[in-house]
Ligand binder design. Structure first.
Ligand SMILES: C[S@@+](CC[C@H](N)C(=O)[O-])C[C@H]1O[C@@H](n2cnc3c(N)ncnc32)[C@H](O)[C@@H]1O
Ligand code: SF4
Length: 351
């Protein structure tokens, strides 16, 4: 370091605010656009068939590029990272990346979301690399319903085995995400609660969202969290819990008998755009400021074009300060006015 260089403590660097005064705190990084499932609500098989052209490995951000960008995001205020996809456990040598990200100064939390099928195989090495906790997606315990929700790939046993390996490896707390679709898996939702109540695994129900353009979303298929919470509350009395932190997306309820909690992510019926402090980085390095975005900006092109750290920082700061997104709060109007505008797909930027 040169004598004249001034080191400004992270805490004193000014974090940009977007047009609704929201800071940037979380970064979701898609490390892989491919997936070993074909959940119809995310990657319907008719689109993501055998000939679908996924990214080539040179198109995806390399680990060094991800780490360099993550370090810059930290300078702008990011404290929490989530690795996702596609299926992140399909990315070779993922523990190497986790090792680098969990030791980045300024990062408080690194999490990972997986469909769990490869988790039994990788749980111990993920933990050894520095990962502390994990989120596993599991939409139903019923094998037939599960198969419908996963596009006929993977099995309930594989996912349960993955969860058990994660628990033994100490990747806790384990959160379990279930997307609920009316008429498809909503009749099996309470089975998930019954199975995991009292085990330390926190079940969270996600309202089926209109991400992307290919899942044939219809409002009738959404089961409002309030309806599901009422059904659960009738069987096991619950009480609302405080949010763990500002901007937490899940609404939490504790079981009155002390057997843990259940959460609801209600982006459709109770949008949480007002507190959204999240940016998303696609596997090929495009930054998006909303899950429902119609366009993003390639940081990879700038980075591979030789941009300096300062230039990249300025670019990200500029994108964030111009951010206006409030899609979920304005869903009805936006769908009416610009329903045909292509939105980015979830498998590509990660959920
Ligand atoms: C896109 S996946 C990526 C990580 C991993 N493959 C998995 O399934 O956990 C992340 C989360 O998004 C959820 N998801 C995908 N499409 C969705 C949709 N249309 N509505 C609500 N949640 C969705 C998935 O259920 C999963 O919990
Ligand atoms: S939700 Fe996850 S597991 Fe299902 S297709 Fe999308 S990326 Fe794959």
């Amino acid at each position: 370091m040169s004598q004249n260089e001034v080191v400004v403590p992270l805490a004193r660097l000014k974090s940009p605010r977007d047009s609704h005064a929201r800071p940037i705190r979380d970064l979701r990084i898609s490390v892989m656009d491919r997936c070993n499932f074909r959940c119809p609500y995310c990657m319907p098989r008719e689109t993501f068939h055998d000939k679908y052209r996924f990214l080539g490995s040179a198109e995806r951000l390399a680990f060094e590029e991800i780490v360099r960008l993550a370090r810059l995001f930290v300078q702008l205020g990011v404290r929490k990272l989530r690795l996702t996809g596609g299926e992140p456990l399909l990315r070779a040598n993922l523990p190497d990346l986790i090792g680098d990200l969990t030791t980045l100064p300024g990062i408080d939390d690194v999490a990972l979301t997986t469909n769990g099928v490869l988790l039994a195989q990788h749980a111990a090495e993920l933990k050894a690399a520095g990962l502390k906790r994990i989120t596993v997606s599991l939409d139903s315990l019923d094998p037939e319903v599960f198969a419908r929700m996963s596009g006929g790939l993977g099995s309930v046993e594989d996912v349960l085995d993955g969860i058990e390996h994660a628990r033994r490896a100490g990747l806790i707390p384990i959160k379990l995400n279930a997307v609920v679709q009316r008429g498809l898996n909503d009749h099996t939702a309470l089975d998930l609660v019954e199975r995991f109540r009292g085990t330390g695994v926190i079940v969270r129900f996600i309202e089926y969202m209109d991400v992307g353009n290919r899942n044939h979303w219809q409002p009738e298929l959404v089961v409002p969290s309030k309806e599901l919470a009422a059904r659960i509350g009738e069987r096991w009395p619950v009480e609302p819990l405080e949010r763990n932190y500002r901007g937490e997306v899940a609404e939490r309820y504790g079981f009155k008998d002390g057997q843990g909690e259940v959460g609801f992510i209600s982006s459709v019926t109770q949008p949480f755009c007002g507190d959204c402090s999240r940016a998303r980085l696609s596997s090929d390095g495009v930054i998006y400021t909303c899950l429902f975005a119609t366009q993003g900006t390639s940081l990879r092109d700038a980075l591979r074009g030789g941009a300096s750290d300062d230039a990249l920082l300025e670019m990200i700061r500029n994108i964030w300060t111009h951010r206006t997104d409030r899609y979920s709060e304005m869903r009805a109007d936006l769908r009416r006015d610009s329903g045909q505008q292509p939105k980015v797909e979830m498998y590509y930027i990660g959920g």
